[in-house]
Design a binder for this molecule. Structure first.
Ligand code: CAA
Length: 257
């Protein structure tokens, strides 16, 4: 692996991003966020993109937070600019048209947890540790944690986590709905391969429309969201995927998308 702050590999439309600052437990600094923005420029332009998987280099951390050394001497205006850089970049990641999945392989704290929350779902290794410990540093979450965490786990649990700063293990993260699955660390790679095959085998436009329906629908009232679903469902009959998918089922063969 080279020493870029994020390592990017793309194979068959599946992009794999590895946060690569293991000596600082992959903490998010402005250089890493700039690199993420450049990678997003590339990913956003790819029509062949099918999914994005994100993890951290090493066996100890996914991301242990925003970089405390970089933040310590910031003025309020500089802190606002840093948060703004992170929020804009993380939102672009969240809004990629394909599933974005966090493979959480260790500490997932502060800005790291906020990064995972912007992913469509997360799976965790059994040694993963989650938390929003910002109050222990005299600040609050600044990369979206006070907003995405309650939307993921409910306001009472989010308030518990952001006001106590307590850390939770992978099993508790699973119980509260912060992650979808927990597995041994050695199994994360197998999960990534299985997921790449699953998502790679599905109708690519259908997968994009399914994500769009969930994301855009969550911002709307139920009637508008159901109307959006109907439009996207109808639109899926306009391309070649629906005909191939349904014909393949009826002809008892695998579809070729
Ligand atoms: N920023 C910068 N450096 C960090 C870091 C961070 N968030 N987390 C860890 N590191 C560095 C440590 O300073 C240490 O560097 P040195 O070897 O140069 O001393 C190295 O990574 C290894 O860390 P530790 O020696 O502390 O490892 P440990 O196993 O004893 O502890 C840990 C691991 C519990 C994760 C501990 O490192 C820790 O508590 N880290 C900070 C977690 C945190 O508070 N995150 C929130 C940051 S604030 C934030 O994210 C704000 C926001 O919302 C935007």
């Amino acid at each position: 692996m080279n020493d870029a702050p994020i390592h990017l590999a793309i194979d068959a439309g599946i992009a794999r991003l590895t946060m690569n600052r293991p000596k600082a437990l992959n903490a998010l600094n402005s250089a890493l966020l700039s690199e993420l923005a450049s990678i997003l420029d590339d990913l956003e332009s790819r029509d062949d993109l099918r999914a994005v998987l994100i993890t951290g280099e090493g066996e100890k951390a996914f991301v242990a937070g925003a970089d405390i050394a970089e933040m310590r001497d910031k003025t309020p205006d500089e802190a606002r600019a840093f948060a703004s850089q992170a929020l804009t970049t993380i939102k672009r990641l969240e809004r990629l048209p394909v599933p974005v999945v966090a493979l959480v392989n260790g500490f997932c704290l502060g800005g790291g947890c906020e990064l995972a929350l912007a992913c469509d779902w997360a799976v965790a290794s059994d040694n993963a540790v989650f938390g929003q410990p910002e109050v222990l540093l005299g600040v609050i979450p600044g990369f979206g944690g006070t907003q995405r965490l309650p939307r993921r786990v409910g306001p009472a649990m989010a308030l518990d986590l952001v006001t106590t700063g307590r850390k939770i293990d992978a099993q508790e993260a699973l119980r509260i709905g912060l992650v979808n699955q927990v597995m041994f660390q050695a199994e994360l790679e197998q999960y990534a391969e299985t997921l790449a095959k699953q998502l790679g085998g599905n109708g690519p436009q259908a997968v994009r429309s399914a994500k769009q329906a969930v994301h855009d629908g969550m911002d709307q009232d139920l009637d508008s969201a159901l109307a959006l679903e109907t439009s996207l469902f109808a639109l899926s009959f306009a391309g070649s995927e629906q005909s191939e998918g349904m014909s393949a089922f009826l002809e008892k063969r695998k579809p070729s998308f």
